[in-house]
Design a protein around this ligand. Structure first.
Ligand code: CA
Length: 225
């Protein structure tokens, strides 16, 4: 899942990016309100983490603009710890309000909690046949035996399992594996799919990854699922 972090303090931004990436999220980071507006309209983010004190404006003013691009949940990150500020953030449309300094495990837990709320996905475990992916623990198993996957392979598998029975397009899968900092290579997606396929086959997984030429890839649903 893809998260947008809007934060102008480099050390904090780096710490948040690290923590979220270790938890399995793809993170794009921007440091200004202008960049946040531009990116949020271009990409499909699962959640936005928003600092309030930005060099080119107040994050609170950004909230309604970010919301115009769909009902993406927003967690405000702020050093403003007064009740009036917290109420302003929550009444302004934020889904949660985290006061700095931030403990990274708590921030990651709050991100997961917001993503679990009704209307968002409820279950952290995706299943297809003998294959199971725990989106919170970032673990995969086949027949209850753990399968170790790299970050990109895991992201591809998560996207394929979320759209099981339907084709996941090349664009959707590429968005799942890349972050802004990644160097984009033409065959990175193919390479990730073939590593994933080999790892699943080695684990005796019976769910095939089907290539739909020119369109994308899919995991077929078995009858009765
Ligand atoms: Ca700031």
């Amino acid at each position: 899942m893809r998260v947008l972090l809007v934060e102008d303090h480099p050390p904090l931004a780096e710490a948040v990016c690290d923590a979220l990436r270790r938890a399995g999220f793809n993170v794009d980071h921007v440091a200004t309100a202008a960049d946040a507006c531009e990116l949020s309209g271009q990409s499909d983010y699962a959640l936005i983490l928003l600092d309030l004190g930005l060099p080119d404006g107040d994050g609170l003013r950004l909230l309604p603009i970010l919301r115009q691009n769909g009902r993406v949940p927003v967690i405000v990150l702020s050093a403003r710890d007064q009740l009036v500020n917290r109420l302003g953030g929550l009444d302004g449309g934020a889904d949660d309000y985290v006061v700095k300094p931030v403990e990274m495990p708590e921030l990651v837990a709050r991100v997961r909690a917001v993503l679990r709320r009704p209307g968002e996905r409820a279950d952290t475990i995706l299943r297809l046949g003998t294959l199971a992916l725990d989106t919170a623990a970032r673990s995969v198993s086949v027949n209850d035996r753990a399968v170790v996957l790299g970050r990109r392979e895991l992201s591809v598998l998560e996207q394929l399992m979320r759209s099981a029975g339907r084709v996941a397009s090349r664009q959707v899968l590429e968005e799942a594996i890349y972050t802004l900092d990644d160097e984009v290579t033409p065959n990175a997606l193919e390479a990730a799919v073939s590593r994933l396929r080999r790892a699943l086959q080695a684990a005796d997984c019976t769910v095939p990854i089907v290539n739909i030429r020119g369109v994308g890839w899919m995991l077929p649903r078995e009858s009765g699922q």
